[in-house]
Each structure stands twice: as structure tokens, then as C-alpha cells.
Write a protein that binds this ligand. Structure first.
Ligand code: PRP
Length: 208
């Protein structure tokens, strides 16, 4: 699949195994989300543009590079919140813009409840953060919002996806790169990823 990148990194695979484990407690679960997010951030940012610069070392001048574009991290509430800290620690000058969506359990359609984006975009690259890509409805709706806002370049970063969600996101937004820790087997009849990890929001916030 073009523009879909499933991680092959051994550390991601290792940590995903503990993340899936139903015996993992919320504290360890949050830590694993943070760590996996850092590893995926490395993959998502591989093609960011650089600007040449110079820097004075104690020994003289060295050539260097700095990020060319302003990055916006867009966590989808609630579950995406746990991904911010790790990614932000890698790119501390990023802006963070929250979008609140929940999935109606009956219709599986996303419902928007929080959006405080300013009138016009303040960043050149948006990275959407949400651990779960199930039907794809929430991801498609978030990217619709960002495109209406005027975001030029958007990337999606998730931890576990169902093939159905990847397909829906790809069809709706073919120009968005999709970076995923792992693509699982399927969605079940109530819209949960199988084998997945259960509900990423509940497992982080202890509300399950
Ligand atoms: C989960 C998840 C995604 C969405 C994925 O959030 O974090 O945002 O569902 O499902 P979809 O691909 O079918 O749209 P949820 O609605 O459970 O809200 P929460 O993060 O507040 O728990």
C-alpha cells in the first residue's frame, strides 16, 4: 500500500506485546504508549525538511541543520493525549492543538466536542496522534477539520490499526502518510480492533 508505513522496528514490536497484554496496568500502559510514540516519531519525521545553519563548537565552526518547518502535534482526545509527551520531547518547539472526538457506540460515527484551532494555520506540518485506527471515522473527521483549517501537509501516526480503518483513511485522504505500529487482523462487529488491545482511552485513564 502506498503511503502506509507499518513499523518493522524490533523495539516497537517488543513494546506492543506488553501494551496488548490485558495484565498491563494503567501506569505501565501509559509508559508504553509514551515510549512507542517516541519510536514512531522517529519514523514519521524521516522526511521533514531541513535548513542549513552553522554552529560554534568549543573547537570552531561546524555546519548543522535545523528543522525548516513549524510542526503541529494534533492529539485526538482522549486516547491521543498519551502520545503527546513522548513526541513533544523529541520536538519541543512543536505546537500542540487538541481535537476532541468520541465515537458514538451505537452508530460508530465520530462526534466532535472540542476544537480550539485558531482561525488560520500556525504550522506547516500537522502530525495527528491517536493510538487506535478502527473504522477510520475519527481519523478521517480529524483530517477533514485540519484541511478545512488550511493545513498544508498532514501525517497520521497511530499505534494499532484495523485494515478497514487504514483503507477508509487512505481513500478519504490519499495525500496523508499513515504511520502505524502494527496493522491487525480485523474489526469485530462492535467496531473493536482484533486482537488489538481493548480500549486505549480506558486503559490509559483507568476508566475501563
Ligand atoms: C477511540 C480511539 C479513536 C477512535 C477510533 O476513541 O482513540 O479516536 O476510537 O475509532 P474509529 O477509527 O472507529 O473512529 P474513543 O471514541 O473510544 O474515545 P476516547 O479516546 O475518548 O476513549
Amino acid at each position: 500500500m502506498t503511503n502506509v508505513y507499518e513499523s518493522t522496528h524490533p523495539l516497537v514490536k517488543h513494546k506492543l506485546t506488553f501494551l496488548r497484554d490485558k495484565k498491563t496496568n494503567p501506569k505501565d500502559f501509559r509508559e508504553l504508549i509514551r515510549e512507542i510514540s517516541i519510536l514512531l516519531a522517529y519514523e514519521v519525521t524521516q522526511d521533514l525538511g531541513l535548513e542549513a545553519t552553522t554552529v560554534e563548537t568549543p573547537m570552531g565552526q561546524a555546519s548543522g541543520s535545523i528543522l525548516q518547518e513549524q510542526i503541529g502535534l494534533v492529539p485526538v482526545l482522549r486516547a491521543g493525549l498519551g502520545m503527546v509527551d513522548g513526541v513533544w520531547s523529541m520536538m519541543p518547539s512543536s505546537e500542540v492543538w487538541h481535537i476532541g472526538l468520541f465515537r458514538d457506540e451505537r452508530t460508530l460515527q465520530p462526534v466532535e466536542y472540542y476544537n480550539k484551532l485558531p482561525v488560520s494555520p500556525t504550522v506547516q506540518v500537522c502530525i495527528v496522534l491517536d493510538p487506535m485506527l478502527a473504522t477510520g471515522g475519527s481519523a478521517v473527521a480529524t483530517i477533514d477539520i485540519l484541511k478545512r483549517w488550511g493545513a498544508k501537509r498532514i501525517k497520521y501516526m497511530g499505534i494499532i490499526a484495523a485494515p478497514e480503518g487504514v483503507k477508509a483513511l487512505q481513500e478519504a485522504h490519499p495525500n496523508v502518510d499513515i504511520h502505524i505500529g502494527v496493522i491487525d487482523e480485523k474489526l469485530n462487529d462492535i467496531g473493536f480492533i482484533v486482537p488489538g488491545l481493548g480500549d486505549a482511552g480506558d486503559r490509559q485513564f483507568g476508566t475501563g
